[in-house]
Design a protein around this ligand. Structure first.
Ligand SMILES: NC(=O)C1=CN([C@@H]2O[C@H](COP(=O)(O)OP(=O)(O)OC[C@H]3O[C@@H](n4cnc5c(N)ncnc54)[C@H](O)[C@@H]3O)[C@@H](O)[C@H]2O)C=CC1
Ligand SMILES: O=C([O-])CC(=O)C(=O)O
Length: 346
């Protein structure tokens, strides 16, 4: 999936030197009209994500919304000679128009971490932002697929679910917490240690999206490279769990992962679009409503289809180390879920 998305981007870039070729190429590969809206489009993630979504030939309309600065981002991105028509929307008055008719809404709106903070420290500000944006989604595009990036994802997804339930629009098949960056990191770190080609690697990452709730299943990594020792697996697991913090510290107060997150967000949105378009066997890890553990929301492999989630896949065989990791994450994840639900219903 990642390889095919990169191929699509490369194809677009190659063909963009001749606009009539671009038109002909899209004409010969018809794909349905799809509107994608990015909420928080002027931010650190939002801008490169807007760029990557503009390069995606599955998108016909790209709506870029933020509280400020979207006219400039939209004008800039709109000059790229690819399929989608780009419009910028700014402020509460224009939120409805940004959302109307959307097939996929991607939400990277909210504040990022600074060194010393946990993702949960963002709750007080971001919970309110997510609640108000989801209230608007329920009103203007209740059938859209939602890709929630805003942290703490472990709580913002339950908040969104509660808002949609109250509005009578909740469809558990269409609400996704974006955990793709955990998978992206696990793939990169594993390839380096196992000595395999990073482009071929897959590693499921389950649980949630914060600290120990991020549980990479390296025992299921493919392809198998050199055998890794228990110490190496422990170190890889910790590096994946602390990947966000590694970036926050390196940026030293200037925010958290934005470029790798934009890539991960674009990969996940592309998978959702393919699913909506009926492409078979699209599987990505995501944090969704789930019954595969006793937790009501849980990240695992999910098969995507025309209605969003087609199937939440099970965990497969776990090593003792992974089983222990699963037990260790449950209480934190449960309390983050409860915190979100309580906030939404307060
Ligand atoms: N799920 C994941 O794997 C990851 C999640 N994140 C999270 O993504 C969020 C955004 O991060 P950055 O882009 O780096 O932050 P940023 O501060 O650069 O951008 C956030 C944008 O959201 C906008 N915004 C604030 N309130 C809004 C509202 N009510 N409606 C629309 N837009 C609004 C801001 O104006 C700003 O442009 C943070 O919560 C961060 O923790 C970051 C990296 C990875
Ligand atoms: O660490 C953060 O605050 C941002 C994030 O979720 C990540 O990079 O995985």
């Amino acid at each position: 999936m990642r390889a095919s998305m990169l191929r699509s981007i490369e194809t677009v870039l190659k063909r963009s030197s001749s606009s009539h070729v671009v038109r002909r190429s899209f004409g010969s590969e018809p794909s349905p009209d799809r509107k994608v809206t990015v909420l928080g489009a002027a931010g650190g993630i939002g801008q490169p994500l807007a760029l990557l979504m503009k390069l995606n030939p599955l998108v016909s309309k790209l709506a870029l919304y933020d509280i400020a600065a979207t006219p400039g981002v939209a004008a800039d991105v709109s000059h790229i000679n690819t399929r989608s028509e780009v419009k910028g929307y700014m402020g509460d008055d224009q939120l409805g128009e940004a959302l109307e008719g959307s097939d996929v809404v991607i939400i990277p709106a909210g504040v990022p971490r600074k060194p010393g903070m946990t993702r949960d420290d963002l709750f007080n500000i971001n919970a309110g932002i997510v609640k108000s944006l989801c209230t608007a989604i329920a009103k203007y595009c209740p059938n859209a697929v939602i890709n929630m990036i805003s942290n703490p994802v472990n709580s913002t997804v339950p908040i969104a679910a509660e808002v949609f339930k109250k509005a009578g629009t909740y469809d558990e098949k269409k609400l996704f917490g974006v955990t793709t960056l955990d998978v992206v990191r696990a793939r990169t770190f594993y390839a380096g240690k196992a000595g395999v080609n990073v482009a071929d690697v897959d590693v499921p990452v389950v649980g949630g999206h914060a600290g120990i709730t991020i549980l990479p299943l390296f025992s299921q990594a493919t392809p198998r490279g050199s055998n890794l020792s228990d110490e190496e697996i422990t170190a890889l697991t910790k590096r994946t769990q602390d990947g966000g913090t590694e970036v926050v510290e390196a940026k030293a107060g200037k925010g958290s992962a934005t470029l790798s997150m934009a890539y991960a967000g674009a990969v996940f949105a592309n998978a959702c679009l393919k699913g909506l378009n009926g492409v078979p066997d699209i599987v990505e890890c995501s944090y969704v409503q789930s019954t595969i553990t006793e937790l009501p929301f849980f990240a695992s492999k999910v098969r995507l289809g025309k209605n969003g989630v087609e199937e939440v896949l099970g965990l497969g065989n776990l090593t003792d180390f992974e089983k222990q990791g699963l037990e260790n994450l449950k209480s934190e994840l449960q309390s983050s879920i409860e915190k979100g639900i309580k906030f939404a219903n307060a």
